[in-house]
Design a protein around this ligand. Sequence first.
Ligand code: ZN
Length: 191
Amino acid sequence: MLGKILFGLGAGLMTLVAICFRRGTQPALPSFPGEDLRRRTATAASRLAALEPSTRAFARAIISWARERGIPAYLGLTYRGAEEEVDPDTTALAPGAFGWHSVGRAFHLDIRENDGKFDRSAYAIVGAEVRRRGGAWLGDRTMISRSGKPFLDLAHFEYHPGFKKLVQYRGTALAKKELAAAEQRAAGTAT
Ligand SMILES: [Zn+2]
C-alpha cells in the first residue's frame, strides 16, 4: 500500500516536472529595470529584419537556444551603416570602415545579470555554442580599440561561413551584392 502511494506521488511529481520543463522551453523573460518590453520587442524585430537572411536565421536560433537554457539574451545592434558613429573605445575599426555589421552578418546580444552588468559566464556559454555552429565570437580575446585602449567585444557575434577573415570577403562580388542588399533593407527598399 505504502509502495503504491509512494509510486503515485512519484508519478505525480514527474508529471509536474515534465509540465514545468515544457513550459521552460518558452520562459517568461526577465525584464530589466525601466525597460519597455513592447518597445524592445519591436526594436528586436526591425534589427532582425536588417540582417543578411542566413545570419538572421542563425541569430534567431541562437537566441532561442540561449533562452531555452534560461539565458535572457536580447538582440542588440545588427546592421550598421557607414555613416553611423561608433565609440572609438569599443571598436577596432576606423570610422566608416567596412565590417561585418555593414552587410548584416554581425549582431550583438545583450545578456545581463540582474544588477545590469554584462553576464560574462553566459556570454562564454553562448559564444562556445555560436562557434560550434560555425559562427564567430571574439568576446574572450582582448583587442585594442581605435583609441588605443584594450577592450573585450563581449556582445559581438558574426556569421560568415566560408570566410574566416574579413579580408577574404571584402572586395568580392558577394560582398558587394550583400552590401547593396543590406543598404536596401536598412532603407526599407528591399525587394
Ligand atoms: Zn559589433
